[in-house]
Design a protein around this ligand. Structure first.
Ligand code: NAD
Ligand code: ZN
Length: 360
C-alpha cells in the first residue's frame, strides 16, 4: 500500500483583526520594486474602505476587483493572467485572494498559471501542474467552502467543471480573521455554511473515510451543529467557529472525497450556473435515501433559519439538457465511489439521476 503525501498550508494566522497584519506578512516576500503584489478582491468590497484602506499599496501593487456573481472559469483565469503579465514588468511577488471560495480559487489558479504554460483548462484534473506557482495568500471573507485549506481550485472549463488538484495549489499563507465575515447576508451565510456541513456528512458517510478524515470531519460537524442549531453563541463566537468548521471540513476531505450532493450539484452548476452553496442545498434536500440522518438535520437547520430554497429549477429542461447534466455528474467517478463503494454503477444509472434531478 502506498499512501499519498499531501502538502498543507504552511502558515496561518487566526484571530479577530489579524487582517491588520497583512502588510507585515507580505513585506519580506517582495521580490523587487517591479514585482508587485496583486490583490484579487471580491467586488462586494469595492466601496468598502473599512477593508480596502487596510491594504497598503506600494510601488506597482494593484487591486483587481472581481465579481463573484459567476463561479470561476478557466477562460477567466487565462484573461486575468494575460492582464497581469501586461500590467507588470516582472513576475508578481505574490497573489492575494480576498473573498469567498470564488476569489480564493481564482487566486490559486492565477498563481499557478503565471508559471505554467498553456491554458488553465489543460490543468483541470489531478497532478498535471509542473511548476510551483507564485507565492499566494488566501483571506476568506465568508466561511464554509474550505477553499482556504484545500489542494484544489474548482474551475468551469469548456467541457468540464473540475479542479486543478496539485501539490502547488494550496496557499502559502492563510489569514483567518472572522471580523471580515461580519456583513455576510443570512441566506449566503447559510448556503456557504451548509457547504461545510455537507462536506462533513459526505466525508463521514463515505467509503474512503479513515481516522485522519474522521477526526477533522467530527470536529467540523460538531461545530456546525453548535452554530446552526444552537442559540447560545454570540455573533463573534459563531463567526469564529464557522471559520474553523470550514477549515476542518476542508481538512476532512484531504484524505477522503465529497459525495452524492457534490456530484449532482456540479451538474446543476455546469448546465444552469447554479452556485455551489445553494446548488448543494437544493440537491441535498432530496438525498434522504443516501444520507438519512444528515438530511433530517439539514431540514431542521433550514427551518430554524427560515431558508427558502428555489424549487422546480429542472422543471423545463429538455432531454438534451438533462443528459448534459447527468453526464457531468456521472463523470465524477471518485465522488460516487466514495459515496457508494466500488459497485456504485449498479445503483446510479442515467435513469436514477434523471428521476432525482426531476424532483429539484
Ligand atoms: P462566493 O465566493 O461566490 O461568495 C458568495 C457571495 O458572498 C458573493 O455574492 C460574495 O460577494 C458575497 N460575500 C463574500 N464575502 C462577503 C462579505 N464579507 N460580506 C458580504 N458579502 C460577501 O461563494 P462561496 O460559497 O464562498 O464559494 C463558492 C465557490 O467556491 C464555488 O466556485 C465553488 O466551486 C468553490 N469551492 C471551492 C472549493 C475548493 O476546495 N477549492 C471547495 C468548495 C467550493
Ligand atoms: Zn463544496
Amino acid at each position: 500500500m502506498s499512501y499519498k503525501n499531501f502538502p498543507m498550508v504552511p502558515r496561518i494566522i487566526f484571530g479577530r483583526g489579524s487582517f491588520n497584519q497583512l502588510n507585515d506578512i507580505l513585506a519580506p516576500k517582495r521580490l523587487s520594486i517591479h514585482a508587485p503584489f496583486i490583490y484579487l478582491v471580491d467586488d462586494v468590497f469595492k466601496n468598502n474602505s473599512w477593508l480596502t484602506s487596510r491594504i497598503q499599496l506600494s510601488y506597482e501593487d494593484k487591486i483587481i476587483f472581481i465579481s463573484s456573481k459567476e463561479e470561476p472559469k478557466t477562460s477567466q483565469v487565462d484573461t486575468l493572467v494575460e492582464d497581469i503579465i501586461l500590467l507588470t514588468k516582472e513576475r508578481p511577488s505574490g497573489i492575494i485572494g480576498i473573498g469567498g471560495g470564488t476569489l480564493l480559487d481564482l487566486a490559486k489558479a492565477v498563481s499557478i498559471m503565471l508559471t505554467n504554460e498553456g491554458e488553465a483548462k489543460d490543468y483541470q484534473g489531478w497532478d498535471l501542474v509542473k511548476n510551483e506557482g507564485i507565492y499566494h495568500v488566501g483571506i476568506p471573507t465568508i466561511s464554509g467552502t474550505g477553499a482556504e485549506v484545500s489542494r484544489t481550485t474548482v474551475l468551469t472549463g469548456p467541457d468540464k467543471k473540475l479542479g486543478i488538484n496539485s501539490d502547488f495549489t494550496p496557499f502559502d499563507q492563510v489569514i483567518l480573521d472572522s471580523e471580515l465575515t461580519k456583513d455576510v447576508p443570512t441566506d449566503q451565510w447559510f448556503f456557504t455554511g451548509m457547504d461545510c456541513y455537507i462536506h462533513c456528512i459526505e466525508s463521514l458517510d463515505g467509503t474512503y473515510l479513515n481516522a485522519f478524515s474522521q477526526s477533522y470531519g467530527d470536529m467540523a460537524l460538531d461545530l456546525c451543529k453548535e452554530i446552526f442549531l444552537n442559540d447560545t453563541l454570540t455573533d463573534i463566537e459563531a463567526q469564529e467557529k464557522l471559520m474553523m468548521a470550514s477549515w476542518h471540513g476542508g481538512m476532512s476531505i484531504v484524505y477522503s472525497q465529497v459525495g452524492v450532493a457534490h456530484a449532482m450539484s456540479y451538474g446543476l452548476s455546469y448546465l444552469l450556473g447554479t452556485k455551489h452553496g445553494i446548488g448543494n442545498c437544493i440537491v441535498f434536500d432530496h438525498l434522504e435515501e443516501f444520507y438519512p440522518e444528515g438530511v433530517k438535520l439539514f431540514k431542521e437547520m433550514k427551518a430554524k433559519h427560515d431558508i427558502e430554497l428555489p424549487a422546480g429549477i429542472c422543471a423545463n429542461l429538455s432531454d438534451e439538457e438533462f443528459n448534459i447534466m447527468i453526464d457531468i455528474s456521472l463523470s465524477l467517478e471518485p465522488l460516487w465511489e466514495n459515496a457508494l463503494g466500488k459497485n456504485w454503477k449498479k445503483t446510479i444509472t442515467h435513469e436514477k439521476l434523471r428521476s432525482l434531478y426531476q424532483k429539484m
